[in-house]
Design a protein around this ligand. Structure first.
Ligand code: FES
Length: 291
C-alpha cells in the first residue's frame, strides 16, 4: 500500500532490491550477480525496437550482432544487461497467466518513466496495487506484442513507518505486568513491559515492511511475509536465514502528568541492538504501585 502516486525523489538504488531479498541478504554467498541478456520473440522488429527505446528507455546497440540466425536487435540497459529482440513470424504469449517481467528502477527513474508514459498517452495502472507495501510502486505495461512488464521501485519512504497517529495514550503503568505485550492499532506498535521498563516497538518488519505479530506461545514476534523473527525486546533472532535486517525500531515513551504512558508514534528511534537504557522506567510512584 502506498499513500502517494510517486516515490520521493532519490537516485539511490532501491531500498529493496526486488521480491523478498536484497543483495546483502545473501552475504558472500550470492549465487549470481545478475542475468546477462534476455532474448524475447517479437513479430515486428522495427516496431518493437522503437518501443523498447522510446517507452522503456533502452539504448539500441545494433542489429544482428550475435550468432542468432533470425533477424534481431540488441538493446542495452544502463546496468549493461542486454535485451535481444528476435523477430519471428509468430510468437506465443501465454494469455492471462502470471508470466511477466519486471524492471527495478531507482525512484527518480521511476518518476521519469511515470511522466514519459503519461505524455505518451498510457494509462498508469497497477493490477496489484492493493497488495503493495508502504513506499512500493509499480506500473503495468505491455509491449506491442503483448509481453507484460512491471516498472517498479521502492521510494526512500519505504524505510519509514507511516506517520500520522501522533501521541498515543497507553494508560497507566500499573495496568501492565512484567512480560505483558499489548498491541496498539493506532500508530501500529506494541508496548512491552520488561523488568527494566517499557519498550514501544514499531510493528514494521525490518525486512520489507511487513507487519509483525506477537506469538504469545513462543514469546516472540514474527512477520508473516517471510518469517522474520524478533524476540520480545524486538531484537532479530540470531538464527541462519532470519530475514530481519536489524531490530524493530522504537518509539519514544514519556509519562504524562497523571502517570499515563505516552508513545510518540511519529518518531522512530533506529538502533543496532538492545541495551537496558532503551527501556523507559515509569516515575517512582507508579513503579512502586506496580509491584
Ligand atoms: S517483510 Fe519480509 S520477513 Fe517481514
Amino acid at each position: 500500500m502506498h499513500l502517494q502516486d510517486l516515490p520521493n525523489a532519490s537516485d539511490d538504488a532501491t531500498f529493496f532490491g526486488g521480491h523478498g531479498s536484497r543483495p546483502e541478504d545473501w552475504g558472500a554467498h550470492i549465487p549470481a550477480e545478475r542475468f546477462s541478456h534476455l532474448a524475447l520473440g517479437v513479430t515486428n522488429l522495427d516496431r518493437s525496437e522503437e518501443w523498447y527505446r522510446d517507452v522503456i528507455g533502452l539504448d539500441v546497440v545494433g542489429r544482428n550482432l550475435t550468432a542468432e540466425p533470425l533477424p534481431h536487435s540488441v538493446l542495452q540497459m544502463n546496468t549493461g544487461q542486454l535485451m535481444i529482440l528476435v523477430q519471428g513470424r509468430e510468437i506465443h504469449i501465454p494469455g492471462r497467466s502470471g508470466v511477466h517481467h519486471g524492471f527495478m528502477l531507482t525512484p527518480n527513474q521511476y518518476r521519469r518513466a511515470h511522466d514519459r508514459l503519461k505524455e505518451l498517452g498510457y494509462d498508469i495502472g497497477d493490477e496489484r496495487q492493493q497488495y503493495r507495501a508502504h513506499g512500493e510502486y509499480s506500473i503495468d505495461i505491455e509491449d506491442p506484442d503483448g509481453h507484460r512488464y512491471q516498472l517498479q521501485t521502492y521510494g526512500p519512504e519505504a524505510n519509514l513507518p507511516m506517520p500520522g497517529a501522533g501521541i498515543v495514550d497507553c494508560g497507566t503503568p500499573d495496568t501492565y505486568r512484567v512480560g505483558d505485550v499489548r498491541a496498539f492499532k493506532d500508530g501500529n506498535f506494541f508496548l512491552v513491559r520488561h523488568h527494566e521498563g517499557f519498550l514501544a516497538l514499531s510493528r514494521w518488519c525490518r525486512h520489507m515492511n511487513g507487519t509483525v505479530i506477537y506469538q504469545k506461545a513462543h514469546w516472540h514476534f514474527v512477520c508473516p511475509f517471510h518469517d522474520a523473527t524478533y524476540d520480545r525486546r524486538g531484537v532479530d533472532a540470531p538464527f541462519m536465514g532470519n530475514r530481519a535486517q536489524g531490530p524493530l525500531h522504537l518509539h519514544p515513551i514519556t509519562f504524562g502528568p497523571e502517570g499515563h504512558i505516552r508513545v510518540d508514534t511519529d518518531t522512530i528511534i533506529p538502533r543496532d541492538g538492545y541495551d537496558a537504557s532503551q527501556a523507559a522506567q515509569p516515575p517512582a510512584a507508579e513503579l512502586a504501585a506496580a509491584r
